[in-house]
Design a protein around this ligand. Structure first.
Ligand SMILES: *[C@@H]1O[C@H](CO)[C@@H](O)[C@H](O)[C@H]1NC(C)=O
Length: 612
């Protein structure tokens, strides 16, 4: 088992080469590269590059034209960002749409004209830039963008996102994808040498416009956001200046930004939140307040003892709740909070990780935690008064952090972020339309019954050292997990009533009541990064159905050529798994976090989702 879907690349950012050296290394691959087969590929790529160049000249401008080719959604009326408030957000995504009748991806990715962008920016105090770790896979980039949207919103600033991300894999030959999308050597693009010893196909990446991964027009209904290319154009600079490694640079972008130093974010002794609350004030007319005030020293002693005993400066709520029972408070959360605050502690809101990790960064299970008030620092308090045009969060604050890279003192702000992630930042409509079609195709295989899905992460290390046995075992485990589907569903129908995840604007999926329950011998959907034909055949022999078995040409045409890129196919598969009546995934996988979020939006009962 791997810890992350990013396992093929360093999960921990290499300290030696971070930030990636600039000017970027021009070191060419060493000669052992040029074995006969490699040379053939290199020549291939040379040819492909020429094709790309020509195609780009001919059609590439389509991506960057500022002339809107079709109707834009109504412009946002409300102010962008600012200290965020609940309510007044867009309605939940209607994620169950018909498959046809959508504009093509090219049309969706048309950008806003400059004056419209400028108007959006003018309603904020300036820009918020981050150093994007573009060497990570899409799910992790998405987490970083989600967090950036939150932070920019809190600071009343316009978030700058990268204009492109790098996809890693092509479903077919390199030349096929190269005919449609710009191919780059990721080492050159990012300025890293780490990948140079890899096979050439693995060094290559695909430069994917960000507007193909997220629905920017929809996002702009609720958030002020520009791509780096748009930012540069707004400043009268060439979009070509954009750095390939996602890092902000004052020199390159010809502007003196104000940095939030990385070590000011959450060094030891700092628990980062959105905004500090005012401290406890005794209200003598309130008996609870008086009792809390009187108990303050004992509460302080008790909680301090727990924190020191566990070497933790943040404690889970259940834990504190238990301890506080000794003060005769039962489980009255409001009173407990009062006692904690009188004792110098703050109650924080965040999301549950899985298996003790914060890798999945899903926002569907809110939890409370407790920290020392003196250690709680708000970004609004610390950076909110800055008036500089660009505020730039230096380096990465991605790993080992809660979703959003911070915790919340206010439930309203937590819910604002939940909405951002679940409803505002979404994939292009075509991707969910394709998933609807795949849902139908699966039902054709199960006599109309609902179906189960599992994510089977294999990874390169398994592929290369692959043995028939380990895959057998892997599939056996997955089948066992999925075999629980019928009984879970029978319980839901006959026992405890169906309920949703604890998210804003939740609605139960009608299939919770109407769908036919999956049966044990039914075929099941497997999303996997495995591409070895023998391995795939084995999965099929066990009852697994793969995306490539289901897609007919007319289905592929819903999304079109972007489906050639494995990363985009994988995104579609997340939406497919979000339509399964039962899902099994890995807690340590960023894929599962995305699926979990989508399943919550789709209104499945949490019991149908097994992430462990
Ligand atoms: C955000 O900043 C803009 C521009 O300074 C200002 O007009 C607006 O009132 C601010 N919004 C909030 C919510 O503070």
């Amino acid at each position: 088992m791997v810890l992350s879907d990013e396992a093929e690349e360093p999960l921990v950012l290499p300290t030696t080469s971070y930030p990636p050296s600039s000017p970027r290394s021009k070191r060419r691959p060493t000669t052992n590269w040029f074995t006969t087969s490699r040379r053939r590929i290199v020549i291939y790529i040379g040819g492909a590059a020429l094709v790309i160049f020509i195609l780009h000249q001919a059609f590439g401008r389509r991506w960057t034209t500022s002339d809107p080719a079709w109707g834009m959604p109504p412009g946002p009326e409300s102010a962008y960002g600012g200290p965020v408030v609940a309510g007044n957000q867009a309605n939940p995504t209607d994620d169950c749409r018909p498959a046809l009748g959508y504009p093509t991806i090219q049309e969706v990715t048309e950008t806003w004209p400059l004056d419209r962008l400028q108007h959006m920016v003018d309603e904020t105090k300036g820009y918020y830039a981050r150093d994007y770790s573009l060497w990570l896979g899409w799910n992790n980039i998405r987490y970083i963008i989600e967090a950036g949207l939150l932070q920019a919103g809190l600071l009343n600033r316009t978030l700058i996102v990268p204009s492109f991300v790098y996809a890693r894999q092509c479903e077919f030959g390199l030349d096929v994808c190269a005919a449609f999308v710009e191919m780059v050597n990721r080492g050159d693009a990012i300025g890293w040498d780490e990948w140079r010893q890899w096979p050439i196909e693995k060094q290559m990446g695909w430069k994917i416009p960000i507007g193909m991964m997220i629905d920017l027009n929809h996002l702009r209904e609720t958030h002020a956001v520009v791509t780096m290319a748009e930012y540069l154009r707004l400043r009268g600079l060439s979009p070509d200046l954009e750095k390939g490694n996602g890092q902000w640079s004052d020199d390159t972008y010809k502007l003196h930004s104000r940095a939030i130093p990385n070590n000011r974010w959450d060094p030891s002794g700092v628990v980062r939140v959105e905004q500090q609350r005012s401290p406890f004030v005794l209200d003598e007319s309130n008996p609870d307040s008086l009792a809390a005030f009187e108990a303050r020293d004992r509460v302080k002693e008790k909680i301090e003892e727990m924190m020191q005993g566990h070497s933790q400066n943040v404690l889970d709520w259940e834990f504190v709740q238990q301890a506080i029972r000794s003060f005769g408070l039962d489980d009255d959360d409001i009173k407990i909070e009062l006692f904690l605050r009188a004792g110098g502690f703050e109650v924080l809101h965040t999301y549950q990780g899985a298996r003790g990790f914060d890798l999945i960064k899903s926002v569907v299970t809110p939890i409370k935690q407790v920290a020392r008030m003196s250690e709680v620092h708000g970004i609004i308090d610390d950076f909110g008064s800055w008036t500089d045009e660009v505020v730039h969060l230096e380096g990465e604050v991605h790993l080992y952090r809660k979703p959003g890279n911070l915790r919340f003192t206010s439930v309203a702000n937590l819910q604002f972020f939940t909405r951002t992630v679940l409803y505002n930042l979404r994939s292009l409509p075509e991707v969910s339309a394709l998933a609807d079609r795949v849902d139908q195709r699966m039902k054709e295989r199960t006599d109309g019954r609902m179906w189960s899905a599992a994510h089977v992460r294999r990874g390169d290390f398994v592929t290369y050292g692959w043995t028939e046995n380990s895959l057998e075992k892997h599939i056996e485990i997955v089948k066992k997990k999925l075999s629980r589907a019928p009984s879970v569903w029978n319980d839901i129908r006959n026992g405890q009533q169906a309920h949703t995840f604890d998210i804003p604007d939740a609605h139960l999926n009608p299939a919770m009541f109407e769908g036919q329950i999956p049966q044990n011998d039914d075929p099941f959907y497997i999303a996997t990064d495995e591409r070895d034909p023998a391995a795939l055949d084995y999965i099929r022999s066990q009852g697994g159905v793969l995306i490539m078995d289901l897609l007919k040409p007319e289905d592929r045409n819903i999304v079109g050529w972007p489906l050639l890129i494995t990363d985009i196919l994988a995104l579609a598969e997340q939406h497919v798994m979000a339509r399964a009546a039962f899902f099994n995934g890995y807690a340590a996988s960023s894929v599962a976090g995305g699926v979990l979020n989508l399943r919550a939006v789709n209104g499945w009962d949490p019991r149908t989702t097994n992430v462990e």
